[in-house]
Design a protein around this ligand. Sequence first.
Ligand code: ATP
Length: 692
Amino acid sequence: MGGNYTTNPDDYNLLEEVGYGASATVYRAIYLPSNHVVAVKCLDLERINSNLDDIRREAQTMSLIDHPNVIRAFCSFAVNQNLWVVMPFMAQGSCLHLMKSAYPDGFEESAIASILKETLKALEYLHRHGHIHRDVKAGNILLDTNGEIKLGDFGVSACMFDSGDRQRSRNTFVGTPCWMAPEVLQPGSGYDFKADIWSFGITALELAHGHAPFSKYPPMKVLLMTIQNAPPGLDYDRDKRFSKSFKELVAMCLVKDQTKRPTAEKLLKHSFFKQAKPPEISVKKLFADLPPLWHRVKALQIKDAAQLALKKMPSAEQEAISQSEYQRGVSAWNFNVEDLKFKASLMQDDDEIQDIKEDDGSSTSVVNNDASDSKATIGKVDSTSELVSSDEVVSSESLSNKDNTTESNTPDGNKGNTLEKDRTKTEQLPSTSDKDSAQAKTRILTGRNRQTQSGPLVAGVVLNHSKSDRTRSSESSQAIDKIHQVRRAPSFSGPLNLPNRASGNSLSAPIKPSGGYRDSLDDKSKANLVQIKGRFSVTSEDLDFVKEASLRKSASVGDWILDSNKMPTPTTKDINSGSIHNVLPASVLMPHLQNLFQQTTLQQDLILNLLSSLQSAEVPEASQNGKLPPLPRSSENNGYAEVSDRERLLLTKVSELQSRLTSLTEELTAEKLKYIQLQEQVDAVTKGEADA
Ligand SMILES: Nc1ncnc2c1ncn2[C@@H]1O[C@H](COP(=O)(O)OP(=O)(O)OP(=O)(O)O)[C@@H](O)[C@H]1O
């Protein structure tokens, strides 16, 4: 393909939608001057909140790529509030799409071997040139009709040699939780290109099963499970259809200690890849009998919309939702893992048992594979302006080797205005022949982008209908509209803020509407910011909480009791409003109660001992068997004065302990009461659900 590509949007006729992520929609398009088919990825700059320099660097990286297994950008430019990235069209879409359309339980091993081998070649190339991809997953492995395989999507890629501001800005990027390595999720531990090897291992499991491990769980849960659980892998019994060498390869990648993970170069020499067939043989056949990509994409959309209409959990949209939650949320969380670990340590085993059960693919799926994550956080661009084309950046990067297509740059100053005018117009279905389809597509896109950046996250919510919803007649187009509505639901664009204390005992983070990561840093959390490491920020409040948490855990019984006042406890309002579920689940409350009970008993014992010691002191012969040693007597015959001092001391101690016992008993009673109320509430909810 190659050739020169202009940065004039009028030169591109956008055709069908062939994919979408949280921040972008991808179209098959015709480059009119040469009649070449290309893919145009339209990134919504409003939704990704980074500065223009970052985007430019991103686009530069993509344009300097020169490897058969890494997708290269021909050029990119801003159109209104969108960034268009022009790249080769991969006619069979992503591995994820293919699995969703035709292989829900994953591919056979020979195809997996070929796909993974090509992906590994791409990673080896990127790592050799100092890049970490950071979003390796089936959704980013693209397939062409001739069996060609390319790793795409540099939205979150980072340059390992970057430092300072650049790295810091990278912290605002988000990967995809299921695929993220433990060290990436663990603030402070630092990560490098080995994070891609972990994601590669997860991708191997994804290709083998049709979904990534933990994919049904919400982000927080995935995060905890990734950090705390043993690494996932292929099961020797359950995954009988896979070879030993495949299982071994996966196990090598999914080692928690990043230093023990092999490099891409080393992995390529693994026996598993020795038998790998060329993709023309093992991969091409996978889509031999399938309809064109855009039909499959449309069919998936309709299927999901139909499920949505039936009020089921639509898999793809659910994925997008939860992905969005991940993307927008994880990047903006002011959380720290110690906090999470502490909460996890308060969890009952039954929670864990439930967690470990494999997803049966039912409609309860929460986080899923198709989802995409937001890449950069970018500032708005108001008018059409060229960002970068391949030839202008050759000297600035170490990556480039050759073949810098000389794109001619034709900024179109008027385009932005036209598009701006059209922004509120009715959404139009894609037209394959209309010369104006680029504009029409932009309208679709801009329409989609008109979302607010706030609002609570409510799964499955269908928001404001656009004008077009009223004008559409066919059921399928309504169904697609629904998908778009869900996609543009404002509720998913706001970040999640994990409260530092309020949810101390809860794993479910309340969702706060907010403008995004930058915003959240700019406001109160910025003042508390202690460290930005990895993709997360740690605030001083977080640290305080962790300190307290560890104090609670490590302190002596007495200290614990005093400190227990700091434990978040449900208020009557919580109980009445039902929010107690989020504040103190029974699994958390019970150990707390048990602890209190235990300590009350200990205190009682202590008091009894002290009392008996006191009595012993009064009766000298009994002191030998008592708990206290005999009281010393002075030679000056003032021994009795000392005895009475000691008595006073002991009596004071006893009264202290008694009052402590009283307050503990009161606390225990109060906790019991809360527990009973909680239990009643749980029963009521269970009954309500059963009735429903
Ligand atoms: N060059 C291409 N040719 C054909 N289809 C493509 C191409 N690039 C992307 N797609 C399709 O579009 C989907 C979304 O693209 P992409 O991953 O780049 O968007 P995104 O918003 O960055 O999403 P994500 O965060 O999931 O990676 C891909 O999963 C793939 O199915």
